[in-house]
Design a protein around this ligand. Structure first.
Ligand code: 5GP
Length: 128
């Protein structure tokens, strides 16, 4: 907590034992719906919507969008394109869905490995 979390939130430190890193290594089971050489998608363990998928890059870092650089545009852009494809494969394209990328404590980020939420299957409420 405290200083340690602040460092993580500002993108200074990547903990290779965070829960998503462990999911990537297969140390924690996950319900995978998609994977390729660059990213993995799996169902959220506490779904906030009928369809709630997490899409994560395989790369070890960044922990959040804080500190992203121009060089990150390629893989991050492809991550969003893949999220759209997964959403379509899950049948969400017609009615719509939400992509969420929580950054830092105020946004409720709890896992310090950058990740996209794909939420759909219900009419989603307005933002907080
Ligand atoms: P954040 O709040 O950081 O944006 O999102 C982290 C998400 O990871 C939460 O929605 C939480 O339910 C999910 N999560 C945390 N631990 C696990 C886990 O072990 N397995 C899966 N599938 N999801 C997890």
């Amino acid at each position: 907590m405290g200083g340690c979390e602040m460092a993580e939130a500002s993108g200074e430190r990547y903990d290779s034992n965070n829960v998503f890193a462990r999911i990537l290594r297969g140390e924690i089971p996950s319900d995978r719906v998609y994977e390729d050489g660059e990213c993995v998608a799996f169902r959220d363990i506490e779904p906030a919507a009928p369809t709630h998928i997490l899409l994560i890059p395989r790369r070890a870092g960044p922990v959040s969008t804080v500190g992203l650089a121009d060089e990150d545009a390629g893989w991050l852009g492809r991550l969003i394109v893949r999220a759209a494809r997964i959403a379509a494969e899950q049948g969400l394209a017609e009615r719509g869905y939400r992509l969420v990328l929580n950054t830092g404590r105020d946004a409720g980020q709890t896992v310090w490995h950058l990740h996209l939420h794909i939420l759909g299957g219900v009419e989603l409420g307005p933002f907080a």
